[in-house]
Write a new protein. Structure first.
Length: 133
């Protein structure tokens, strides 16, 4: 969610420039990255915007919680079933981490480079003087 808010900040910065059309390519990259981040979020959990009782069995957090329930349901050694669920959770988390790392190395780094070239920056804007009332 933080990354999506950061992309929203980039979008706002573009919209507040004197000529946002000059940054059309950057705007498209921001929109594409928002879609990728939404897809990555659905690998982990259901977005908060979903209503009702959505399907969650393939979400990483659900897989972790299921394994946790099996592993903590007794004081004895984990059963073979609990071990299987724990391994499924490890594999699912590894898949999600791999997908996030691929995004960070690919689309995200391209967006960062494009943003750096755009001359937009959080501190590059002229400060507005405050007036006392």
């Amino acid at each position: 969610l933080t990354a999506q808010r950061d992309l929203g900040t980039l979008q706002t910065m573009i919209e507040q420039t004197s000529n946002p059309d000059d940054y059309a390519a950057l705007t498209e990259q921001v929109a594409a990255n928002k879609k990728v981040l939404t897809g990555l979020e659905t690998l982990l959990r259901n977005p908060k915007s979903e209503k009702g009782r959505p399907y969650v069995d393939d979400r990483a957090l659900n897989t972790i919680n299921r394994a946790k329930q099996f592993l903590t349901s007794t004081y004895q050694e984990p059963s073979p079933t609990a071990e299987v669920f724990a391994e499924l959770a490890r594999a699912r988390v590894a898949d999600v981490v791999s997908a996030v790392n691929d995004y960070l190395a690919g689309d995200f780094s391209e967006l960062r480079a494009a943003f750096a070239k755009s001359a937009l920056g959080l501190l590059s804007q002229e400060p507005v003087p405050l007036t006392a009332r």
